[in-house]
Design a protein around this ligand. Structure first.
Ligand SMILES: *[C@@H]1O[C@H](CO)[C@@H](O)[C@H](O)[C@H]1NC(C)=O
Ligand SMILES: *[C@@H]1O[C@H](CO)[C@@H](O)[C@H](O)[C@H]1NC(C)=O
Ligand SMILES: *[C@@H]1O[C@H](CO)[C@@H](O)[C@H](O)[C@H]1NC(C)=O
Ligand SMILES: *[C@@H]1O[C@H](CO)[C@@H](O)[C@H](O)[C@H]1NC(C)=O
Ligand SMILES: *[C@@H]1O[C@H](CO)[C@@H](O)[C@H](O)[C@H]1NC(C)=O
Ligand SMILES: *[C@@H]1O[C@H](CO)[C@@H](O)[C@H](O)[C@H]1NC(C)=O
Ligand SMILES: *[C@@H]1O[C@H](CO)[C@@H](O)[C@H](O)[C@H]1NC(C)=O
Ligand SMILES: *[C@@H]1O[C@H](CO)[C@@H](O)[C@H](O)[C@H]1NC(C)=O
Ligand SMILES: *[C@@H]1O[C@H](CO)[C@@H](O)[C@H](O)[C@H]1NC(C)=O
Ligand SMILES: *[C@@H]1O[C@H](CO)[C@@H](O)[C@H](O)[C@H]1NC(C)=O
Length: 404
């Protein structure tokens, strides 16, 4: 008996989700949990009306700079918070996903009721990511306990963690409200996932979804896990960036692969320790030294931060053959292919992602492993593997300096 009473607070909210879900004809995945840890997750918020970014931030009580980062909007424009996004724009809202009463959900957003509000209108204001029924249940709203003007409502937001993993790939999960006319294949196509994955993650018995259902969508992400960072770890969803080291460093994910690309943020904050010792390279920069023996690429890598200090190290990689010689903005004039030791600096292209949705978002290209268009040709300086990509020819990588 005592056991049952102790369990009730845990069981009731779960039951209410399960029992009421069929009643409201909207499916949503529920992740049971027991630990006290939280993960980062995303909401896909479809704007119900034109809104400033700052208004979206206060509606969900998240930091504007985090919304800018999740959507890859340029962090260097302080006034971007006043930018108005049109109704029906999809905005990614990053939220923390803790374990509340045995299931993953965020309960930290509150809403101040205004005159003429109903549970339905509040649900609509949140893009349907939370239903009117969930709002009334969580806040104990009923006929004898109606919504009151100026009342503060808890807005239960759906979220999942699933260990930040999907098929062994670092993953951030995004809660998404199914729109009219959509099906699993169209959603899979839009977010780069498969019907099978969506079915498995969301526990769908069959590939049928309805408007208003809430799906957990896996977004593959970059992780700092294998980068040997000092006292810091980051998980950054594909197509976004994270600011770190007191906003001095910006790390992009998804430029060409799922490797974090970190470089000075360019935000007007005082930053030091951005240059690798013993070189003139800044974090994210790379230099190519071409010799008869091969090609040596040195890269200044971000390595984490602690108490105001930024760690970085010079890492050197050797290749049989050099990456292409042209088309690097700051490149010094290059000798003819027969000149012995041409030094090719290629400054990192520091990206300025579009501040506006809809226009092309260019992500950074800080990696020295190029795409084929960047390296239109290989210089034939004794090499034999003309067509191979430089990344495939990696022979060794040394960390020369650490924590300097
Ligand atoms: C938002 O985040 C930035 C960077 O983490 C921080 O400097 C700023 O104080 C935060 N602002 C608010 C309102 O929390
Ligand atoms: C209405 O909600 C209040 C508070 O949650 C509860 O005490 C009351 O029993 C409910 N009334 C009905 C009719 O459900
Ligand atoms: C998450 O990780 C923990 C420990 O690493 C493991 O016990 C658990 O089964 C994992 N859960 C899932 C859903 O992968
Ligand atoms: C899913 O939706 C797309 C676009 O709305 C449509 O072309 C396709 O036929 C639909 N697929 C199924 C299986 O209904
Ligand atoms: C780094 O992290 C460890 C363990 O969390 C902590 O003991 C140590 O003080 C940290 N070092 C610095 C410089 O913050
Ligand atoms: C990252 O996102 C882009 C579109 O935003 C997609 O084309 C690409 O396949 C994604 N990369 C991975 C590894 O999922
Ligand atoms: C380029 O490499 C050669 C051979 O390793 C070395 O002698 C030369 O000093 C290097 N140049 C620079 C600028 O590091
Ligand atoms: C690349 O440069 C590093 C540091 O200058 C040096 O130790 C290494 O021998 C060089 N490798 C080649 C193949 O030149
Ligand atoms: C590379 O640079 C050369 C000369 O500067 C130019 O003619 C060529 O179009 C550039 N190629 C690309 C892909 O930008
Ligand atoms: C690359 O160089 C080879 C030989 O020098 C040449 O035949 C080829 O057209 C070049 N390719 C490009 C894309 O410039």
């Amino acid at each position: 008996m005592r056991n049952l009473v102790q369990l009730l607070p845990l069981v009731l909210p779960i039951l209410s989700f399960f029992i009421l879900t069929p009643l409201i004809h909207a499916k949503s995945v529920i992740e049971p949990c027991s630990s006290s840890d939280a993960c980062t997750s995303l909401l896909s918020y479809i704007l119900p009306w034109d809104s400033k970014i700052s208004e979206i931030a206060s509606r969900f009580q998240v930091n504007i700079s985090n919304i800018l980062a999740a959507n890859s909007f340029n962090p260097e424009i302080p006034s971007l918070g006043n930018q108005i996004l049109r109704a029906n724009t999809h905005v990614k809202v990053p939220i923390s996903c803790p374990c509340v009463d045995g299931i993953r959900r965020s309960m930290s957003t509150t809403y101040r009721v205004q005159e003429a509000d109903t549970a339905e209108s509040v649900s609509h204001g949140y893009g349907g990511i939370v239903s009117a029924e969930q709002i009334t249940i969580v806040n104990g709203i009923n006929a004898s306990n109606p919504l009151l003007n100026r009342q503060s409502l808890v807005i239960p937001l759906p979220c999942t963690c699933f260990n930040n993993s999907n098929h062994g790939v670092t993953t951030v999960y995004m809660s998404y409200v199914v729109q009219s006319g959509e099906n699993l294949s169209s959603i899979g196509l839009e977010f780069g996932t498969t019907v099978m994955d969506l079915e498995a993650i969301n526990g769908l018995g069959q590939p049928v979804i309805d408007q208003g259902d809430i799906l957990a969508i896996p977004i593959s992400a970059c992780s700092s896990k294998n980068l040997n960072w000092y006292n810091e770890s980051l998980i950054v969803p594909n197509g976004s960036y994270a600011l770190t080291a007191n906003n001095c460093i910006k790390c992009n994910c998804g430029t060409s692969d799922l490797n974090l690309q970190c470089f000075p943020s360019g935000i007007a904050v005082p930053c030091s320790h951005l240059q690798c010792k013993g070189s003139n390279l800044f974090i994210g920069d790379a230099y190519v030294n071409q010799t008869a023996a091969g090609c040596n690429v040195s890269t200044c890598m971000y390595r984490g931060h602690s108490s105001g200090k930024i760690f970085r190290s010079l890492s050197s990689s050797s290749y049989v053959q050099c990456p292409g010689k042209q088309n690097y903005s700051a490149a010094s004039p290059l000798g003819s292919p027969s000149s012995p030791n041409p030094l090719i600096p290629f400054k990192t292209v520091t990206p300025s992602p579009s501040p506006f949705p809809g226009s092309t978002r260019t992500m950074g290209t800080a990696s020295f492993c190029p795409t084929s268009t960047q390296y239109s040709n290989m210089s034939n300086n004794g090499g034999v593997l003309g067509k191979a990509s430089c990344c495939n020819l990696l022979l060794l990588a040394l960390v020369l300096y650490y924590f300097l």
